[in-house]
Structures are given as structure tokens and as C-alpha cells.
Design a protein around this ligand. Structure first.
Ligand code: GLA
Length: 388
């Protein structure tokens, strides 16, 4: 069922507008965003569709393809996020709350239908995609003109303040600025977004582990906390320090014995990862994809051993992928503790090769744990969709 059909079946009339916003892969820059570092993301050709109309009252009615239930909230009473099965509605509602906090005038509520073609739990940021497609639809319905940077900020604000995840700007920035044939480069300290045309289309393969650590949100929060403790420690020594990404490795090493092993390893990951982002940018400028691939693998190893946000399934996929002909590099993409691996390949890498990787995964982890995969390319950001 398309999102427009879902809307019509639920609300009995056609939607006034239909929007789409893409999911993303984190190309490189693992956990650098909320540490004031640089990061590169790619908006993909899968994402979230929203069909929406204004209502005459202050109610917001939401339905999605994952459940028949229509969830209702009121504009005047949105303070509390929902828990349980209906918690997916916190993403559109979070956006509405951010708009209200920013003094946008929302005189009426909305009917909203949601559909997604992103694999669930793959760490491809369905949350940013639902936030930005909701925002895009509301902009169309209310005639709001909001810059791409502010769209990203509104999405992040709703995630941080309403949903309650202390994430950085990578997901919303990449989705908002997404452009075909381009990587989105974000200098997170300055919140400066650039769109880097890659020249040649980069072929990306996503392999979903179909496995998520049960504590994924709290582990993300724990890493965030460890990094901010490291920042506080080094800031005391050097009050001019703006982020741990700016720290010299030599300074970190001098303090190795004064800090915990975890603090040392997390900080080393963030410093070296920020440098790898710069190195990838340089290698892309020189069209040196082999070097890009090596840096992607270096990033995975650093996540695996220093940031410790990998899981055996992700490591297995990376290790298997890099042995295949035509794979230039592979790494976990996104928060970690589950989710997906992204591989950069030559154009001739084929589905039959991907199948082999999937077979090996099944052999290793058993029938019940299968990887799903797909090939994707950099795609455009939020937009209106006429008909599906
Ligand atoms: C998640 C967060 C991002 C970023 C990545 C890790 O995707 O939403 O902000 O921190 O993890 O790099």
C-alpha cells in the first residue's frame, strides 16, 4: 500500500501533500559529530514518505503502515513523549514541538500517514528521515520557508529534546542536504554543511546485520558521556580546547597513565577518526578510491578496538567483504552496537558476490540470522512526491 492509499483509507480523503526524505549512510566520521569533529554522510535512495493534510481543529492524527492504530495528540498538550508501540509518533510530534518552540505559527493540527522503505533497525536513520519528511510536509502545508541548515537543526532538536537521544547533526544534516552524486561534508563545530560532488557515482552496498544490541540507546548515551568526560579532563589542562577532535595524539599519550583505559581509547578513536575524515576528503579530491577504501577499513578497526561499538556480526561482515574482489573498503555505519555495514565497491561488483557474503553470514550465525543487502547511490534530500 502506498502512503497516499494509507492516508485515503484512514482519513477518507486525499492528502494535500506528500513528502519524502531520505535515510543516510555515515560514509566516515564515527561518533565525531557530537564531539565537534567533521563527518561525511550520504543520503540514499530509500527513506520515509509522509502524506499529510491540515485539520480544522488542534488534533494531530497519525497512522503508519506498521500498525492500524490511529494515534491522536493535541497541539496544546504535547509535552510528554509516548512510550511503547506508539512511540514512533514521537518523531513527527518532536518536529512539531521544535517548530512551536521556534515560534512558528501552527493554527491547526494535521492528519499524517507514514510509510518507509528503509530496512528496520539497520542504522540508516529512519528517525532523521521521518523527522525531515514531516517537517517538509508541514512546510508545504503552512507555506514555511526554512533553510536546509535550519531543517537539519529542527530535526536534531526534536531528536535531542523530545525523543531524548543525545545525537549529533550527522543524520539530519545528511538527509536535509542530500544530493544525487554527492557526499555531505559537515564541520560539526561550526555547523557548516558542504555538498561535495564525487564526480564518478560511488557504488555503495549496505549489509544489514539484522541484529541490534538490546541496550543500543543507552550504550550510545554511555559513549557520549565518556567523550564528554574526556573533553572536561583535557579542557581543564587547556582552557582553549574546543573539542577532543582538536587534541594532539601526543598530548593524549602523555596522559595515558592518568586517565582510564576507556577514556584513552575513546579519545584516540575520536582524534584519529576526525583525521581520517580529512584524509578521505583529500583522497576523493584526487579520485583515489583505493585509498578511500583503506581509510574506511581503518575507521572500522578503530571503532572495533578503540570505540568498542562494533559487534561480532558487523566485524564478520567487514572481514568477509574486504576479501571479495571489487570491494574497496567496508565499515560499520552509524551509531554501532548493531545496524549495518557499508561497503564501497567498484561498479562491477555484482549481486552474486553479495549473495556469497550473505551465505557466509548465514553459515556463521545460523538460519535465523540473515543479512539483507542492497546497492545504493547518493540521492537527493527532502522533496514533494506527486504520486507513487
Ligand atoms: C548515530 C547518531 C549520529 C552519530 C552516529 C555515530 O547515527 O544519530 O548523530 O553520532 O550515530 O557517528
Amino acid at each position: 500500500m502506498t502512503v497516499q492509499e494509507l492516508f485515503e483509507n484512514t482519513f477518507g480523503l486525499s492528502a494535500e501533500t506528500t513528502s519524502f526524505a531520505p535515510g543516510r549512510v555515515e560514509f566516515i566520521g564515527n561518533h565525531t559529530d557530537y564531539n565537534g569533529g567533521d563527518v561525511m554522510g550520504v543520503a540514499i535512495d530509500k527513506g520515509v514518505f509522509i502524506a499529510a493534510s491540515k485539520r480544522e481543529d488542534d488534533e494531530i492524527h497519525m497512522v503508519s503502515t506498521i500498525s492500524d492504530e490511529v494515534v491522536m495528540r493535541r497541539l496544546s498538550c504535547l509535552e510528554k513523549p509516548l512510550e511503547g508501540n506508539n512511540s514512533w509518533t514521537n518523531y513527527p510530534i518532536g518536529v512539531i514541538c521544535s517548530l512551536l518552540k521556534r515560534d512558528f505559527n501552527l493554527p491547526t493540527g494535521f492528519n499524517i500517514a507514514v510509510a518507509s522503505n528503509l530496512p528496520v533497525g539497520a542504522g540508516l536513520s529512519s528517525s532523521a528521515a521521518i523527522e525531515l519528511s514531516t517537517l517538509h510536509a508541514i512546510m508545504q502545508l503552512n507555506g514555511f520557508d526554512i533553510s536546509k541548515a535550519d531543517m537539519a537543526r529542527i530535526g536534531r532538536q526534536s531528536e535531542n529534546e523530545y525523543v531524548g537521544i543525545p545525537s549529533g547533526i550527522l543524520d539530519q544534516g545528511t538527509s536535509s542536504f542530500g544530493k544525487e552524486g554527492s557526499i555531505i561534508y559537515i564541520n560539526c563545530k561550526e555547523e557548516d554543511f558542504s555538498v561535495l560532488a564525487t564526480g564518478k557515482k560511488l557504488s555503495l552496498w549496505i549489509f544489514n546485520t539484522d541484529h541490534k544490541h538490546s541496550l543500543v540507546d543507552s550504550l550510545y548515551g554511555q559513549r557520549h558521556q565518556e567523550c564528554s568526560e574526556a573533553f572536561d579532563y583535557f579542557k581543564k589542562l587547556n582552557p582553549d580546547l574546543e573539542s577532543i577532535c582538536d587534541l594532539n595524539l601526543e598530548v593524549l599519550q602523555e596522559h595515558e597513565n592518568n586517565i582510564s583505559l576507556n577514556m584513552f581509547k575513546r579519545t584516540r578513536h575520536v582524534i584519529t577518526e576526525h583525521r581520517r575524515v580529512h584524509a578521505v576528503k583529500e583522497a576523493l579530491n584526487e579520485s583515489d578510491l583505493n585509498r578511500v577504501g583503506k581509510l574506511l577499513l581503518g575507521s572500522h578497526r578503530s571503532s572495533q578496538h578503540d570505540f568498542e561499538n562494533s559487534i561480532p556480526e558487523l566485524d564478520f561482515l567487514v572481514d568477509t567483504l574486504i576479501q571479495q574482489e571489487g570491494v574497496l573498503g567496508a565499515r560499520l555505519s552509524g551509531g554501532g552496537f548493531g545496524g549495518a555495514v557499508m561497503a564501497l565497491t567498484v561498479d562491477s561488483f555484482e549481486s552474486s558476490q553479495a549473495e556469497k557474503v550473505a551465505e557466509a553470514y548465514k553459515d556463521k550465525f545460523g538460519e535465523n540470522r540473515q543479512t539483507t543487502f542492497f546497492n545504493t547511490y547518493a540521492s537527493d534530500g527532502p522533496r514533494s512526491i506527486q504520486s507513487l
